[in-house]
Design a protein. Structure first.
Length: 223
C-alpha cells in the first residue's frame, strides 16, 4: 500500500512533456481548457463560477501534494538531519520527525485538504457547510491517521521492531496521560481534550495492529 501511494504521488512530479513536472503540465492543461471554453461560451456567470472552483481545487490539490515534499515551516538542519524533503525527514524514526509530522505537517496537510473540499463544495457542487468545525475534526482525525501510518510505515519497511514500536507507543501514551492530568481544571483542557482523544485512539489502534502482527508472527513460527 505504501509503495503504491508513493508511486501515485511521485507520478505528478516526474518530468513532464511541457514543464519540469507532470503537475506543471496539468496546470497548463487546466488553464488552456478554461480559456478555450470561455472563448466558446463567453461571459457566462455559471461557467465562470465553475472555472473558479476547478482552478481553486487544482491549486489546493497541488499544495496538498507539495506538502509531502516541501517544508511549510523548515526545522533547523540538526533536527531534520539535513533532509531537504519532508518525506525523507518523516522516514527517520525519532521523536523529532514524529512530532513535526504530528503537528506542522498534519496542520498544513489538513489546511490544503480542507481548502480543496471547501472549493469543490461551494463553487462546483454549490453546498456550504460549517468549515471551521470540519477543519478541527479533520485536523484531529489527520493526527490520528498520521500516527497510525507513521508507525506502520516504519514497521512495514523493517526500520523498527515490534518491541521498539510498543515501547514508543507506551511512552507517548504516558505523555498524553500526563498532559491530560496536568490540564485538569484548566481552560486549556477544552482545547486539547479533542486532540488527546483522537491521538489516543490512534495509539490504541496501533497497539491492536501491532499485537495482531506479533501474534500472527508467533503463530507462523510455531507452525
Amino acid at each position: 500500500m505504501f509503495d503504491k501511494l508513493f508511486n501515485y504521488h511521485n507520478w505528478f512530479f516526474y518530468k513532464g512533456r511541457f514543464t519540469s513536472t507532470r503537475l506543471g503540465d496539468l496546470f497548463y492543461i487546466v488553464i488552456g481548457s478554461m480559456i478555450v471554453i470561455y472563448l466558446i461560451v463567453g461571459d457566462n456567470k455559471y461557467f465562470i463560477e465553475k472555472f473558479a472552483g476547478i482552478f481553486g481545487a487544482f491549486m489546493f490539490f497541488a499544495l496538498f501534494l507539495t506538502t509531502f515534499k516541501s517544508y511549510w515551516i523548515k526545522p533547523p538542519k540538526f533536527i531534520r538531519k539535513g533532509n531537504d524533503e519532508v518525506s525523507s525527514f518523516l522516514s527517520i524514526f525519532n521523536h523529532s520527525s514524529y512530532l513535526y509530522g504530528l503537528t506542522i505537517f498534519t496542520f498544513f496537510l489538513t489546511l490544503t485538504l480542507n481548502g480543496l473540499l471547501m472549493t469543490i463544495s461551494q463553487f462546483i457542487i454549490g453546498v456550504s457547510f460549517d468549515w471551521q468545525a470540519i477543519f478541527y475534526n479533520l485536523l484531529f482525525l489527520s493526527m490520528s491517521l498520521f500516527t497510525i501510518f507513521y508507525f506502520m510505515f516504519h514497521i512495514s519497511k523493517d526500520k523498527i521492531t515490534i518491541k521498539q514500536a510498543k515501547a514508543r507507543i507506551s511512552f507517548y501514551l504516558l505523555c498524553s496521560g500526563c498532559i491530560t492530568a496536568g490540564l485538569f481544571g484548566t481552560s486549556f483542557k477544552l482545547a486539547l481534550t479533542p486532540f488527546l482523544t483522537y491521538v489516543g485512539i490512534g495509539y490504541l489502534c496501533l497497539r491492536y495492529f501491532i499485537d495482531k502482527i506479533d501474534s500472527e508472527s508467533e503463530t507462523k513460527e510455531s507452525v
